[in-house]
Design a protein around this ligand. Sequence first.
Ligand code: ADP
Length: 484
Amino acid sequence: MASGWMADRMRSFRFLLAVRFTVVMTGAVAAVAALSYFALRQGLVRELEASMLNVASIQAAVVTDDPTGAMHFHEWALTADEAASVRDLIRYLQIWNTAGESLVRSAFITEDLPLDRAALARAGGGTLTWTEGTFQGIPVRALYYPLERLGELHNRHVLQVAAPLEAQRRMLRTVAFLLLSLVGTVAVLTFLGAWWLGARAVKPVDAIVDQAEDIAEGSPRRTIEAFADTWEYRRLVSVLNRMLDRLEQALETQKRFTADASHELRTPLTVLRGELEVALRRERTPQEYTRVLRSSLEEAERLSRLAGDLLTLTRSEAGAQQLQLREDDLAVRVRIALDRFQRQAADKSVQVQGPASPGVLVRLDVDLMDRVIWNLLDNALKFTPSGGKVEASVVETDGNAVLEVSDTGPGLPEGTLDKVFQRFFRIDEARTAEVETGGTGLGLAIVKAIVELHGGTVSAENAPEGGSVFKVTIPSCGIMKTPS
Ligand code: ADP
């Protein structure tokens, strides 16, 4: 199970996700709702004003058609019930003179309409003017319509038309309520939907993390299986599994390496200690002391060789080895190494043959590459019996420099061609009983690590006519123009 901390994180992630979704969705819907509301309100006001203007212009024409100047409105005679049923459509009319005295008003109102003197003055000046006020407790919109445009007789008269706003306000309130309900519903549904979606989105990650945590805590499980078959998470799970696999392998190798290394270090130390203990048991002759000291020195040298090899190997494999790369002729490096082996070879009556010119240019770390060449030649010479031959060649093939070291020794037994490059791998001592290798079993592992640091590969094979061939391939920078 995910830890409480993890569960809390997942919950807060879902909460934040849901809140963000809700804010965005509700914001968008609220904006559209607000726009719709204002557009509707605007439309209703326009419609009302158009109808009021219509009434005003008709009534103005009718009320001023008497040549004597007498004025009266043409209105329906409505019963109280009828008036109540068309209450919202009713238009109240009143004519004022510019001094604010009422001249005529609708038959069905018993009191004056509310008078806005500023509006009256503006209308008296010839401008159509709109105001809002309250009449008999009801909000109304009023139009002040100048009658001067209808003749001399009326140039000091203003017609006021008032319309109740109640119906319009009621409608706007209903629409506002509906829109607010819509926004609220959208907010709640979006939050719930996003919360649910968040749970669905988080669930696989949750399950994958659970299994990864189990593995981290030492469960016997080796791979993550959760959601490994779903197309969305297949890649994530397989990357994690590959990583786990590599970690496990690295850990295994590390364990084996440490075990092997301590085992290898213990043998010479035990021998050293044994010899010194035996020597100290009683008084010895100077010759005996010299023999013990010599033997101890040999073991000490073996230990120091082993420590050096281990250091080179771990550094190379961990990539901690700083490469001092420079372009150099690989064939020249081989010939220099062969020169050093000349005497040893002559003592053993082994014929040595070096690479022909021209050489091949390679970007290499001279010290490390010399170590590769040295290890291969040393092995070849060690295993080649008297009268045999060691041959080293360097050629350029497909943009690679290929170094081959062959010998006429016993070759490598079936099934060991790959294994010889493993650390501490040694072939059955009995096979090479006559050869005192004195090796640490790390020589070829070091060769492999260094070659790989140079971006190359190394392999071993047996020559058909007997003996082994070690082949190193590294990217080349070209063939030497002049003979090396
Ligand atoms: P060491 O450092 O002990 O020589 P290496 O890693 O160099 O170990 O070699 C591993 C094993 O491969 C050795 O035990 C040896 O038996 C075998 N080997 C290496 N080179 C040759 C060769 N040229 N001919 C035959 N066997 C070889």
